[in-house]
Write a protein that binds this ligand. Sequence first.
Ligand SMILES: NC(=O)c1ccc[n+]([C@@H]2O[C@H](COP(=O)([O-])OP(=O)(O)OC[C@H]3O[C@@H](n4cnc5c(N)ncnc54)[C@H](OP(=O)(O)O)[C@@H]3O)[C@@H](O)[C@H]2O)c1
Length: 463
Amino acid sequence: MATVNVYEQYFAADLTASGVPRKGALVMLTADSGGGQIRYEAAVSFFPHRDEEDFAVSYDAYYSRVLYEAEGRRSKQREAGFLKDFLPTIDALAREAGGRVFWDKPLREARTDGGQLPEFGRNGSPAEEAVRSNEKEESPAGNAERKLIAAVPELTTEQRDRIRKSAQAAGLSCRFFESPEEALPEVSDAEVIFAHGISLIGSAPRLKWLATPFAGVDPYTEPGVFASPDAVLTNSSGAYGTTIAEHIVQVSLSMLRQDPVYRECVREKKWIRALPIRSLRDSRIVLLGTGDIGRETAHRIKAFHPASLTGVNRSGKHPGDDFDRVVPISELDALLPETDLLILSLPNTTETFRLLDERRLKLLPDDALIVNVGRGTVIDQAALEKELRAGRLFAALDVFEKEPLPADASLWDCPRLYITPHTAGNLSLPYTVERVVQLFLENLERYAKGEPLLRQIDLKKGY
Ligand SMILES: NC(=O)c1ccc[n+]([C@@H]2O[C@H](COP(=O)([O-])OP(=O)(O)OC[C@H]3O[C@@H](n4cnc5c(N)ncnc54)[C@H](OP(=O)(O)O)[C@@H]3O)[C@@H](O)[C@H]2O)c1
């Protein structure tokens, strides 16, 4: 049984602004015939009908935009079953918008005869011609269209609507896909891609801007991954601070308060309650990385009254009021012996690779806790495991040298370790998605004006 989901609606204001005299609307719908393999899209224009304040659906507009997609193939095809579900939805939408639909004759007939579509292009209808011209427009040769491809599945309908409007204002057409894989056949002439697009950029020779919704950019820094020599890359650093800071507080308290051990006791129905616990109060805390994540974490941890809150970065520059002091990376070794909690939020670069190596791990006090949310490559994982198995240090790792952590990795059952499978800052929190959208829209406005983009990555430095 097919389902129809409305995923975009544009009502009167836009069309009025673009010269249509009164009410009008454009509605985009998807239908899924079950199993998710087949997908339809349709656009219907509602234009002012005669002298009345109502809507008329343009049959040709409808026909010209029906797409059929399956297994990567794409062709235009009419589909009676789809139409049957589609028509009442349009009726309902028009009612919601305070109007009434006046159906074109062929659609009116289709509506009343059980969803059967009239013959394609019958009675000299210009539908076929509209389809043909649409196809011509989409072919790379004659295509003057500037395209934005967005493939961030977590986007809500309302967020897609905002992005489409901003894209239109920037002179870009905009298409949404549920995954980068689904977008792949469409990116050859894309100007802008908003996606975690490592699988796309090798197929986008006209790309000018890739906006990744993630903060980490390590996959993009390999030479030759971009097919377009002009492409710039921006990340979404600034979106993840809240969710990751909460994760850091959560895992730090869990480890300090022996929660994993208590969970085990509870599972075994043992009433044990006197394990020694520790507090963030009076702890000496070092944040290695004072970017968005480091700053947001420091802001929250300050409320726990630590003994000291020290930031470490490349420059030693103070990024905010919450740190007691900020030192350059050259002073890290001197800090480590006086660290109870070491929080790492560093990117993966050649400079940060195995920064926390065996030698530095040994500088930490025996019961120090390490929390890593940046990249797994920053710690020598084998050396850390050796320390943990020897009864030194504690760790909470969200990121690993190899992800997913292989099923046969010995780390899975390593003592003194709290594993989370890179869940600290993914897009499962709606607040994070909204921040990602805000950052993208802010940059889209700059892009439209030809201004430098924010959070642009230096691909040579990898950061
Ligand atoms: N676990 C997750 O789910 C998740 C989610 C999002 C992000 N991440 C990771 O977290 C990283 C940081 O994110 P963010 O948004 O906080 O990034 P950010 O705002 O760009 O901050 C990065 C920080 O790292 C510091 N840094 C970079 N290279 C360094 C080096 N060689 N030595 C010392 N400090 C160095 C920078 O120092 P300066 O200030 O001196 O430049 C800056 O303070 C991302 O790159 C990503 O890999 C993980």
